[in-house]
Ligand binder design. Structure first.
Ligand code: AMP
Length: 452
């Protein structure tokens, strides 16, 4: 009990009991400034892909009725049975922090009557998700997903274009050599028949299964196919194959998807054991892995598929749909692990240094002028020494430092120092913004002193 712990070892400072600093919750992370360039890179790339492929951004509610997830994802799944952050609200009953966003997208489609829009409705989202999993590398309790969903169309070209988008997205991020695993799990009816066969087969081998897999056998038997357990993996080779139980329409649909992928020259691996595990999936399912060799338990970068029955299940009109989502933290882990250099990000272009009180006042005003002119300007107004300020300018990596001291205040001038060549020039204070703009537009320093 935390109370007992605190009582047992009271630490005292100056006669007062030490207060314990609030702790960050297990599996939750702050995203520090040092990591923000990675986040911006992924988000900007995702947004440019959304625009390029005609997906409009939707901001979804983070808190939803619990039944939205239990009905769509399925009560027997790990997510719903073990991992949701659920609580009872005083007036609204059982609520849950969203563990994923596809169910919310389907709910939003119904809530906002999107079936009246031209179909397919193509939506892009980005945001935090919450699952009470055991935290480890690449597995957090609050993590972020970006996702693309196309609702209102059952044409296989949609599935193929989503996979193409995912493939190109990872390439654009700098993550080459990703592996796309793909399978079809057919209609719920076909799957129902298949699962009966599968359960029959695994029951006959029940004694060989570890406890966790026995539990899967009774709760979510399809997951025995993508189990990481070696015994299970051995047994599944002789199990009835899902492909043999697919209905004809699902088979034709799948063949079409594959045809498109071949035409588009997208590398993929047919994985007959890929099932995705969530109840709402139908027909095409796929996952994105960092590479063929790296299929560790936590390394899938993303996944998705069709969910043709979901909107009807939630009370909407029958509406076919497909989509995929990716884990942002895992993408960033990959970018870091591969040492991928990010393209140049917005840092300061010039630095403004000042010496003396009168200069400080002029500098603060000039800073505003530079900022409103769109020039990214660094400063350390709270520091007085030039040396410290030049060190700060150096850290910013700027080429030009503007220096204003007592003399410049009196003369109505300012000094521009080129940090690369060491050349300094004095210009009319009033012309600072125009002069700096010109220099930045020229890109590089000519090395010439322009004079006043
Ligand atoms: P899922 O729908 O569960 O396959 O999740 C899609 C993607 O979200 C995964 O491929 C991961 O990249 C990411 N993801 C899922 N769960 C977590 C988690 N607990 N922590 C970090 N990323 C996750």
């Amino acid at each position: 009990m935390p109370k007992e712990k605190e009582d047992a070892a009271p630490k005292k400072a100056a006669g007062r009991p030490a207060k314990k600093a609030p702790q960050l919750l297990r599996g939750f992370r702050d995203i520090l400034p040092v990591d923000q360039p990675y986040w911006r890179w992924v988000r900007n790339t995702a947004e440019s892909f959304a625009a390029g492929y005609g997906f409009e951004e939707i901001g979804l509610a983070i808190l939803e009725e619990t039944s939205l997830f239990s009905r769509s994802i399925g009560n027997q799944t790990d997510i719903v049975s073990k991992e949701m952050f659920t609580f009872i609200d005083k007036s609204d009953g059982s609520l849950t922090l969203r563990p994923e966003a596809t169910a919310s997208v389907a709910r939003a489609y119904i809530t906002h009557g999107m079936l009246n829009l031209p179909q397919p409705v193509k939506l892009y989202y980005w945001g935090p998700m919450f699952r009470r999993e055991r935290p480890q590398a690449g597995r957090q309790r609050q993590f972020h997903q970006l996702g693309f969903e196309a609702l209102g169309d059952d044409n296989p070209v949609i599935d193929a274009q989503l996979i193409l988008l995912a493939y190109n997205f990872f390439k654009a991020l700098g993550l080459d050599g990703i592996s796309i695993q793909i399978n079809s799990i057919g209609t719920p009816q076909a799957r129902h028949e298949y699962v009966k066969e599968l359960v029959g087969y695994f029951r006959s081998k029940r004694k060989l299964l570890p406890v966790e897999e026995k539990e899967r056998l009774s709760k979510n038997p399809l997951r025995l196919l993508d189990s990481k357990d070696p015994v299970c993996q051995q047994l599944r080779a002789d199990a009835p194959q899902l492909m043999d139980w697919l209905d004809d329409a699902s088979k034709t649909h799948f063949m079409k998807v594959i045809e498109y992928l071949d035409e588009l020259d997208i590398p993929y691996t047919l994985n007959p054991y890929l099932v995705r595990g969530l109840d709402y999936y139908t027909r095409t399912v796929f996952e994105i892995w960092p590479g063929e060799q790296e299929e560790g338990a936590q390394s899938a970068l993303g996944g998705g598929g069709r969910y043709d029955g979901l909107i009807e299940l939630l009370g909407g009109r029958p509406t076919p749909a497909a989509g995929f989502s990716c884990g942002v933290e895992r993408i960033i882990l990959q970018l870091k692990a591969r040492g991928i250099a990010l393209p140049h990000q917005d840092t300061a272009e010039v630095f403004l240094a000042q010496i003396g009180d009168a200069a400080k006042i002029k500098a603060v005003t000039l800073f505003e002028q530079l900022r409103t002119a769109g020039i990214r300007t660094g400063e350390s107004f709270s520091k007085d020494g030039l040396k410290t300020q030049l060190e700060a300018a150096h850290k910013h990596g700027v080429q030009y430092v503007l220096i204003i001291g007592q003399k410049e205040v009196l003369d109505g001038t300012i000094l521009i120092r080129d940090m690369e060549s060491g050349v300094q020039e004095i210009i009319d204070f009033k012309k600072t913004v125009a002069e700096i703009k010109k220099k930045l537009a020229n890109g590089s320093n000519s090395g010439q002193v322009n004079g006043l």
